[in-house]
Design a protein around this ligand. Sequence first.
Ligand code: HSE
Length: 443
Amino acid sequence: MEALHVGLAGFGTVGTGVAKILLEEAAWLERRSGRQVRLKRIADLDLERDRGVRLDEVQTSARVEDILEDPEIRVMIELIGGIEPAKSFVLEAIAAGKHVVTANKALLASHGTELFQAAEAKGVQIGFEASVAGGIPIVRSLREGLAADQIHSIAGIINGTANYILSTMTEQGLEFPECLQQAQEKGYAEADPSLDIEGQDTAHKLAILIGLAYGVQVKPDAIFTEGIQRITGMDIRYARDLGYRIKLLALSKIQDGEFEARVHPTMISQSHLLASVGQAFNAVYAAGRSTGPVMFYGKGAGMMPTGSAVVSDLVSLARMMDQGKANDLPSLGFYGKFPQDARLRPMEELVSKYYMRFPVVDRPGVLSKISGILGEHGISIHSVIQKGRQEAGPVHIIMLTHEARERDVQHALEVIDLLEVALDKCLFIRIEDSVDPSHIEPA
Ligand code: HSE
């Protein structure tokens, strides 16, 4: 049977994983695909670095055009990352009638509609299993396994770097900078790690999940996004003492034609299943009308898990190659136009419980001043902790609130942050206890 020839654009961490799997597990892949999947070309600007892969039978060059112009290549694997030039190369590959497999969540989240439309018009596929949660097959699960279910909520830990940092801070008592450095050394982080720690990478992936789960389009910029860079070892310890863990969560719920999409550090009960997702592991929880909650767990970043997800898309394409089936599958699993009228609920309307840490001068009346301002904004305090005075520096007043409206919290904190006794801005973390997969009811 005719082999499926593929070209790899971008020979970084994930590209190396893809090459290793294609070259070292060729016999296994042939059994799975029904034909050979042959890595014919690799294009990358750096071909000198030793990646520990033997490329004797692969043609290498610095030009992606060498892949685009090769008629024998049926699939271009785009692992360049970022928007340009990746987007142009993807469009050129589609125009040349090639399928595309990509792990590029930033590109799909921002320009997915245009790329999917171009692919569908040309009768080729864009495979993107690797774009969300690395080795976890969440794209196929939402598009196929859960196709009959109307998903109404998603909660995910979908950035390995952020989860590694928060888990290592929790488990080893380390501070943020050294944990970030460890995550970078392990190859989890993006080329620009600010995308990981400021939450944009999570927002990109959440935008893709929302498209797959609800058939609704949302631009990543419209998703409220807050990163983990202000979380300190002290917040981690207080959270633990209070029975919580801090996780960077991607959250989305849909109800009555309105949906919510947000990414922020979140305190969840330590008994919550998501609380036990440590290191660079990812987990996606989704709840649907018929199936109820399901949860997926696995490695969300790194060379081999993400490489395996890329190659799984090649196997799917190889299986469909001669059957013409690739031509009419909708990319996100919905036929017809995306509804344009779903309203994204503004963040100010969120109702949540909050953890607040106020670094203040230790002086009589400070606690009552802060609680008075919260009270004036209709925010009710659940509990307060203030540990003993340090030799130098601020004291930290910790408060947990009852349910409060985000708008009121923002207004109250603007006033408190301007107090003369406030030595730094209040650090606050939203507490989530409405999505709880540990409460899966037996049928
Ligand atoms: N930088 C990403 C992460 C890689 O840490 O999860 C996978 O998208």
